[in-house]
Design a binder for this molecule. Sequence first.
Ligand code: NAP
Length: 497
Amino acid sequence: MSQEFRDDRILVAGEWRKGRGAPIASRFAAEDVENTVLTGASEADVDDAVARAAQAQADPAWQMLKAHERAAHLYRIAEGIAADIERIAWVQSRDTSKTLTETRALATSAAATFRYFGAVLETSDEVLTVPRGDYQTTSVHDPLGVVAAITPWNSPIASDAQKVAPALAAGNAVVLKPASWSPLVSLELARIIEEAGLPAGLFSVLPGSGRAVGNRLVAHPDIAKVSFTGGTATGRHLAKAAAEKLMPVALELGGKSPTIVFADCDTDLAIAGILFGIFSSSGQSCIAGSRLFVQRAIYDSFVPRLVAATRALRLGHPFEPSTQVSSLVHPDHRSEVEGYVAAGIAEGGRVLTGGARPGDADLARGAYYAPTILEGLDNASRICREEIFGPVLVVMPFEDEADVIAQANDNSYGLACGIWSRDYPKSWRIGRAIRAGTVWINTYKQFSIATPFGGDGDSGIGREKGRAGLRAYQRQKSVYTDLSGRPHPWARWPADG
Ligand code: NAP
């Protein structure tokens, strides 16, 4: 695939320029090579970007667009992404070491997100509410102003699109800060958005550290909302900063999602779904099904089959079409994953498969880690409580419905849950009883942009996607218009009236 990296400039305040902050190096962890070095944004770049964004956002040329005219911008961006899938996929795979199969799908979903929110915008009605007097009451929606979007490294183009598309559709300007490990694809999005003709200044991309660029963005007085996807500790920090400003904040955070296998399930369906749920994206997924509860009646027959299926997964280079499990994003992240597995073993866990770097000489340079299954651990163990964000599954037995509901809910996160059973009413009951933003029954890790997504507890605040995803970037306003033409009687004015 012959592609090249672009130069080191970033899009600040409507122009491509060298950032004035610390350089940001992008690495291809699968081969342990440097991709390129960008100039990172500085706090002064944040101030420039926000000032220009505020100006562009308030410009009547943007504010006065009719819904269908603003939607046309989103459709053009969607077309631009769709026309450039291979480039976006390549850049993203080099940045994150995800397989090309996956990054192509992420790019395709990003195009769909822009298309969807264009359509939502065009088809959203304002409401005429029921009056209780001689007036007309309308509930309308205004943009917030300048929105800061802060995204993680694991699915950058998809997370970017899920924030940028509804925020622009709602009439805002957006300043996007991508993760330092994956800055490149957000700049590709910037180029596409610019080529699609969005007015200059409405969109900036500021790669830079969370501490400098992220903190400045959140504290900036002209940022009206922060939409964040990332870790729970960072989310908590941002929520405190937002509280100081009484600024709305949306938080899509981590997870420790339970997958529940009942004795009456279709075991082949369940095994395939479990593998995909924990080991696709090398487990670097917020919704990874990392705690597996198997009903005791089938535990001894099910677990060995799951282990055999895991051993058959194909580890390999992200550009190899047959690869199912690729390198982790960074060697430092692999060290964290290794630390968790060591902690699990120290707490009495037995490694059923994996638990080490692959022995394959071809993979020795990359940050690979073998898909790993442990058993013998309690749900209260550290690796069952904390998010690992790697290809590590802990399997535990359960007795009955009440037992598994109690164990699954005994965790601070509440992002997702998988249920495998042929008994639909039981699956429904369990799904309703589990604290999770998304429940999958006899499937896992499926997404529709039309279906709201988000978490509870340590997994976050708010929902993205769906028609209401547009409203998350607007403020509601009620307008009362008098229809009587009569002065208010309380005033007794005019006196002779
Ligand atoms: P992270 O360390 O929290 O970083 C996320 C973003 O926040 C990055 O852009 C990071 O910048 C920035 N940041 C860090 N400190 C900041 C600060 N003080 N102020 C403002 N911004 C700051 O998370 P990550 O390691 O990139 O991503 C993995 C996490 O994301 C996992 O917990 C995963 O579950 C979660 N996630 C959640 C969802 C969801 O939808 N619920 C989806 C995907 C991922 P730097 O890169 O420069 O540090």
